[in-house]
Write a protein that binds this ligand. Structure first.
Ligand code: NAD
Ligand code: IPM
Ligand code: MN
Length: 348
């Protein structure tokens, strides 16, 4: 038996527990195949934690996450907390901040046989394979907030150091891929975006002159993402632009249910979550697509546990299951969440 890896599972709300179970089916299969010692411990988080303890991120959950090798999150959120004083999403923002996972990697690619599921024409999406690097612990998500019935404000603030550390990750990723990086901002209007652009340019000049860097304003990026997605490789952007552009990019692949993410800091455990939410409209029916969750587990093995071969095996199993016709409901098929996981485990 190899070293023990301690993984905290935060199933959360809505379809979160369903896709987490599906992901566990794959972890069990990969552990058996490669004789891995993956030790999973489940904790309360999000709405489930509010109901049980009054807070979305209980101390016990946070300390377990900080002491782990990696954290897997299903999803949080439920319409029943709309207007409530404590929201499940606050727990997620607080967890990202406390784990200091400032770089959120969201790969978007067209998978085997899924060209026709994109809302864009197959020839337009052909060859799309990009990595969105979203800053995750700064910007308007974490600025001072004021809220009254008559006035509200959300402050967007970035420091040069915050831009540099996430840009370094994006430049390094670009070096390992095609050598191209597009940095997305709104420098024609926002001061934070001008700082962003200056910091990215300085880092390019000083540390990564070999990378081909371009800048794109976020509004035209939203348009180009749809008209010419295969022209982009690594895309770096700030927190809120990255939130919006990554959901937009997700549908190019056919469904938001397919996309994984990894959130990384300088050291310490990473946080792994599918990019979709708790999907209250389909929760409890065993029809969610578990592939985003399963591919997030592959990213977890690769980035936090140093298990490249098992990670690649999970990705290959997903591709071959799709290649053999696996289709969940969001892809027009009738395979359920747990059945999809069983089919992918079978490929392993
Ligand atoms: P959502 O991503 O939950 O759902 C958007 C649409 O995509 C829905 O029609 C849903 O059925 C579909 N969908 C999402 N995941 C799917 C999957 N795996 N398989 C098949 N279809 C899927 O976004 P929303 O409805 O805007 O948000 C719902 C709740 O989730 C909100 O409370 C929101 O704050 C929260 N949320 C949480 C996270 C997270 O936990 N990381 C991410 C996004 C949204
Ligand atoms: C995401 C989600 C979160 C975000 C919400 C739930 C706080 O939309 O992970 O993309 O905006 O970052
Ligand atoms: Mn989002």
């Amino acid at each position: 038996m190899t070293d023990q890896h301690n993984i905290i599972l935060l199933p959360g709300d809505g379809i979160g527990p369903e896709v987490t179970r599906a992901m566990q089916t794959i972890l069990n299969a990969v552990a058996a195949k490669f004789t891995l010692n993956l030790h999973c411990n489940e904790k309360l988080f999000g709405g489930a934690a509010i109901d049980a303890t009054g807070t979305s991120l209980p101390d016990d959950t946070l300390s377990a996450c900080l002491a782990s090798d990696a954290v897997f999150l299903g999803a949080v959120g439920d319409p029943k907390y709309d207007g409530a004083p404590v929201r499940p999403e606050q727990g997620l923002l607080s967890l990202r901040a406390q784990m200091q996972v400032f770089a959120n990697l969201r790969p978007v690619a067209i998978m085997t046989g899924l060209e026709d599921f994109s809302p864009l024409r197959a020839e337009r999406v052909h060859g799309t394979d990009m990595l969105i690097v979203r800053e995750l612990t700064g910007g308007v998500y974490f600025g001072e907030r004021e809220e009254s019935d008559e006035n509200a404000s959300d402050l967007c603030r970035y420091s040069r150091a915050e831009v540099e550390r996430v840009a370094r990750i994006a430049f390094t990723a670009a070096q390992a891929r095609s050598g191209k990086l597009v940095s997305v901002d709104k420098a024609n209007v926002l001061a934070t975006s001008r700082l962003w652009r200056n910091a990215v340019n300085a880092l390019h000049r000083d540390e990564f002159p070999d990378v081909e860097l371009t800048h794109q304003l976020v509004d035209s990026m939203a348009m180009k993402l749809i008209t010419d997605p295969s022209a982009y490789d690594v895309m770096l952007t700030e927190n809120m632009f990255g939130d919006i552009l990554s959901d937009e990019a997700s549908v190019i692949s056919g469904s938001i249910g397919l996309l994984p993410s990894a959130s990384l800091g300088t050291n310490g455990p990473g946080l792994y979550e599918p990019i979709h939410g708790s999907a209250p409209d389909i929760a409890g029916q065993d029809i969610a697509n578990p592939i985003g969750a399963i591919l997030s587990a592959a990213m977890m093995l690769r980035h936090s546990l140093g298990l490249e071969e098992p990670a690649a095996a999970i990705e290959a199993a997903v591709q071959s299951a799709l290649g053999s016709g696996l289709r969940t409901h969001d892809l027009g098929g009738d395979t359920g969440c747990s059945a999809a996981a069983a089919a992918i485990a079978g490929q392993l």
